[in-house]
Design a protein around this ligand. Sequence first.
Ligand code: SAM
Length: 238
Amino acid sequence: LNLLLFDGEDRLGPTRIAVRGRRLQHLLRVHRAQAGDRLRVGEIGGLAGEGEVLAIDAERAVLDILLADAPPAKVPLTLVLALPRPKMLRRILRGATELGVADIHLINSYRVEKSYWQSPLLAHDAIRECLLQGLAQARDTLPPPVQFHRRFKPFVEDTLPPMTAGRRALLAHPGDYPPCPGRVVGELLLVVGPEGGFIPYEVERLREAGCAVVSLGPRTLRVEIAVPALLGRLCQAP
Ligand code: SAM
């Protein structure tokens, strides 16, 4: 736990919080936290800073907090991802949040299994849990917005073109395409396909919506490997 995240419900006052449940268990078991210990804390959607444990028992930990630090800057990248299988989605959301992706769009495509859209992982609380894990790891406090687009055609025809206007938009697709650029300056949009890949019709629609097709080379990577590899290649370290 690199950052103990809390929200308004945990507040006891302007400079005091109490945490329970999983965060408390983590403090007890992993940090072996005791009164007097200091640790990094962050308000979800707000500032980060330091907390001092005032009291801790099996029910709750009470901390005094001083928040003064802005969270790390996001990378100016919008990730558009064909909805992966739930287990993989969890890891990708966590990883993309950890790497500082600014916002995330999960879209349908021909090779996305219909059952994936029924997954309990798509519930608001489950998504939020993945995002918070990524934030805590990276000492960030701002969850990226996650939006769902259950129909491919309206997404590429109506939603995507204004998103690609005025910024570089790339579609990662294995094959004989120009290499994915490195260290791109400015706002970016990156589209990543489903496990079975986008079908040619979808590639054409995505091109028409403003995306240039790029490749990472001859190795076809799993989505959960392709996403961090692409982000690492594209994004400048701040
Ligand atoms: N058989 C599929 C195909 O040829 O498109 C493989 C899809 S791959 C497992 C899943 C997604 O990861 C792709 O749609 C693409 O967005 C991304 N990806 C994987 N390997 C890549 C590579 N070498 N270059 C660019 N994108 C890649």
